[in-house]
Design a protein around this ligand. Structure first.
Ligand code: ADP
Length: 390
C-alpha cells in the first residue's frame, strides 16, 4: 500500500477522516487478500485492475498478470493452462444478476497436482446501477468433485448389488405365477428356495448399509452378555462346512478360554464375514483355519486362508467402508466392500481391535481381539476405588 502524505496544516477533522478512510481501505484489502478463493477484478473497459494473492497460489508462478491486461486475454491464459484449452471460457458473461445462476464452469488444470478450478463470473455495479466492470472468482473444487465421483460410483455399486437379488426374486416369482405351465413340485420348491435365499441376501445388504450409516453417525450400540466362545466357534465352522464349500475347515482352540463379554449377534456377524471372505478370496480345496487363544486379558480370534494374499499397500485400506481390493476387482466375487469395515466397527464397539497379516501368494490371517471382562464402570466421585489409605 502507498504511504499517506498528510500536510501539517490539515484540519484535525480532515486528518481523522483520512485515517478512517485508510483504515477502511486496509480492512477491505485484508478481506480480499484473506479470501480462500482467487479473485480477479476488471473495470468497465474489461481491463484487469486487481487480483488477490490466492490467484497466484492457485495458478502457480509465472502467470503474466498485470494491471491493464484485458480480461479476455486473462481467460485465454487461464484456459491455456487447463487440460482443455478450448473450454469456452469467453462464453462467461457478466450479465447474470442472480447469484445462484452466475455463469460458471469447471476447468481441469494441467500440472503435477490434479486441480479442478471452478471459474465464476459476476457483474460489479455502482450505487446507481452503473457498470463498474466484473469479477472472476477462481475456486478450488478438487475435493468436492472427487467426492461427487465417489458418491456417483457408490450409488452405481449399491444399485448394482441390490438389483441382482431383486431381478432374481422378480424372475422366479413371475415364472411361478405363469398359469400356462405346470412346473411340478420339485421345480416349484427350487424356485421358492431361490426366492427365499435372495430375499435374505437383499435383507442382509440393507442391514449392512444401515449398520454402516449407524457406525458413521456414531449411533451404533451393542448388547453384550457373558458368552462361552467355544460352542459359538464350533457352530460357525460347522455352518461353513454345511454350505457345501469346496474348502477344508479347521478349528484350533488353545486351552480353555474364559467366558467373554460380547454381543452374540455381532460376534457371529464378524466371524461370518471373515470366514465368508476366506472362502471368497481363496482357491477351492484350500484350508481355512479358525483359531482362538487367550492373550493376557484378551481373547484373540483369527481366520487364516491360503488365498492370493493382500499387497502391503492395500492393507491399510481394507477396513474403510466401500473399499474393494484387487483380489475382488475383476473377479466374480460379489460384495459392497462393507464387510471388513463393519467388522472393525463391531470389534471396536466391544473395546477390541482388528488387524491383518498377509503377503501376496502366502494367504491372509485376519485377527481380532476382545476383552475378557466387561469394561470397568467409571468410578463416581466419592466412590470407593479399593485403594483407600485411611
Ligand atoms: P467385499 O468382500 O464385499 O469386497 P470386504 O470389506 O469384506 O468387502 O473386503 C474388502 C476387500 O478386502 C475385498 O474387496 C478384498 O479385496 C479384500 N479381502 C478381504 N478378505 C480377504 C481375504 N481373506 N483374502 C484376500 N483379500 C481379502
Amino acid at each position: 500500500m502507498t504511504e499517506s502524505v498528510r500536510p501539517d496544516f490539515w484540519d484535525p477533522a480532515c486528518v481523522e477522516e483520512v485515517e478512517r478512510l485508510e483504515l477502511q481501505r486496509a480492512r477491505s484489502f485484508g478481506v480480499l487478500e484473506s479470501m480462500v478463493d482467487g479473485l480477479v477484478i476488471a473495470d468497465a473497459d474489461g481491463q484487469i485492475v486487481y487480483w488477490n494473492g490466492r490467484v497466484e497460489e492457485l495458478l502457480g508462478p509465472g502467470l503474466p498478470l498485470r494491471v491493464g491486461l484485458s480480461a479476455t486475454e486473462f481467460k485465454r491464459l487461464l484456459a491455456a493452462r487447463s487440460t482443455d484449452p478450448d473450454r469456452g471460457l469467453d462464453q462467461l458473461s457478466c450479465s447474470a444478476i442472480d447469484l445462484h445462476r452466475l455463469p460458471h464452469l469447471d476447468l481441469e488444470m494441467a500440472g503435477p497436482q490434479p486441480l479442478t478450478l471452478q471459474v465464476l463470473q459476476f457483474p460489479i455495479s455502482g450505487p446507481q446501477g452503473e457498470d463498474w466492470g466484473c469479477g472472476l472468482i477462481l475456486r478450488d473444487v478438487t475435493e468436492q468433485r472427487q467426492m461427487d465421483k465417489v458418491k456417483a460410483n457408490l450409488l452405481a455399486v449399491v444399485s448394482h448389488e441390490l438389483r441382482a437379488p431383486l431381478s432374481s426374486i422378480k424372475g422366479f416369482a413371475t415364472t411361478l405365477l405363469r398359469t400356462d405351465v405346470d412346473w411340478g413340485e420339485s421345480a416349484r420348491h427350487e424356485f421358492l428356495t431361490i426366492i427365499d435365499e435372495e430375499s435374505d441376501r437383499l435383507a442382509d445388504l440393507v442391514e449392512e448399509l444401515l449398520d454402516t450409516s449407524r457406525l458413521v453417525l456414531g449411533q451404533f450400540t451393542i448388547e453384550p452378555e457373558e458368552l462361552e466362545i467355544k460352542p459359538l466357534l464350533e457352530r460357525i465352522v460347522a455352518q461353513a462346512q454345511s454350505k457345501g464349500s469346496p474348502h477344508r475347515f479347521a478349528l484350533e482352540i488353545v486351552g480353555e478360554p474364559a467366558p467373554i463379554w460380547a454381543d452374540p449377534r455381532r460376534l457371529q456377524q464378524i466371524l461370518h464375514n471373515l470366514v465368508d471372505n476366506a472362502i471368497k478370496y481363496s482357491p477351492e480345496g484350500g484350508q481355512i483355519t479358525v483359531r482362538c487363544q487367550t492373550q493376557g486379558d484378551k481373547l484373540v480370534i483369527s481366520v487364516t486362508d491360503q488365498g492370493r494374499g493382500i499387497p502391503q499397500n492395500e492393507q491399510g485400506l481394507l477396513f474403510e467402508p466401500f473399499y474393494r481390493g484387487r483380489t475382488a476387482e475383476g473377479g466374480q466375487q460379489t460384495g459392497l466392500g462393507l464387510g471388513l469395515s463393519l467388522c472393525r466397527g463391531y470389534v471396536e464397539a466391544h473395546g477390541g481391535q482388528i488387524w491383518v497379516r498377509s503377503a501376496p501368494q502366502q494367504g491372509s490371517t485376519f485377527y481380532f481381539s476382545l476383552p475378557l471382562r466387561p469394561p470397568l464402570a467409571t468410578p463416581q466421585p466419592g466412590e470407593a476405588t479399593g485403594n483407600a489409605t485411611a
